[in-house]
Design a protein. Structure first.
Length: 95
């Protein structure tokens, strides 16, 4: 989890996904189509122990209930549509 926190601290946008997540795919495509640079963190790449730790802490700390979980300027956003709206009107992110 410490690794993920440092990733969130050092990137403007962090997208936390899992395979088979339709909203994850939609948001990744949105980022690509609109040239938004982001850090992609796929929880399926973690080993079993680390996966349990990271997902448990995300659920508890950020009230994560569904994927994707997105951090924009260190702010956690649980709804992919909200992320898209935020980025549509935000032009001061450093890419």
């Amino acid at each position: 989890m410490n690794n993920l926190l440092s990733i969130i601290d050092s990137n403007q946008i962090v997208l936390i996904t899992r395979p088979g997540c339709d909203n994850c795919i939609k948001l990744k495509n949105y980022f690509l189509e609109n040239n938004h640079m982001y850090y992609h963190y796929d929880v399926s790449k973690l080993d079993d122990n680390e996966y349990e730790d990271v997902v448990s802490k995300l659920k508890n700390q950020y009230d994560m209930t569904v994927y994707p979980l997105t951090f924009v300027e260190k702010k956690c956003i649980n709804d992919y549509k909200e992320v898209m709206k935020m980025l549509l009107f935000k032009d001061d992110l450093d890419y």
